[in-house]
Design a protein around this ligand. Sequence first.
Ligand code: CU
Length: 134
Amino acid sequence: MNKIVTITLIVLVAIAGIWFFTRGEQAAPATANPEPAAAESDVVIDVKGIDFAFDTTEITVNEGDVVTINFESTEGFHDWVVDEFRAGSRQVRPGTPTSVTFTADKAGTYEYYCSVGHHRAAGMVGTLTVVEAQ
Ligand SMILES: [Cu+2]
C-alpha cells in the first residue's frame, strides 16, 4: 500500500514540475524589457576611442533626434565631445564605458573630438552631420 502512495506522489510531483517549467518558458519573453537608453533615444551609436582616433568618424542623424553615444576607450584616456550641442562624455580609460545623450536640434555639420590633451590636434576627430527635418 505504501508503494502505491509513493508512486502516486512521484507522478503528481512530476506533472506539477512539467506544468511549472512549461508555464515559465511561455512567460519569459513577455517579461523581457528593452534597454532604457535605447527606449528614450531615437539613435544609439557605439563609438570606440583608441590612440589617437575614433573607430567611427562619420555619424549622421536627423534634426530633432535624441542621440545617445555609447563611448568606450579601447586604448588610452579619451572622451567624446561636440561643442555645438554642449555634449561631452566623461573622460574614461579602457574598461569603463560611458555614454552621453543630447538632442541634435540644429541641422548642419559639426566636428566631434576628444578633449584630452593634444588628441584633437593629433586627429582624434569625427564628423556629426545633422540632416534638416523635411
Ligand atoms: Cu583622446
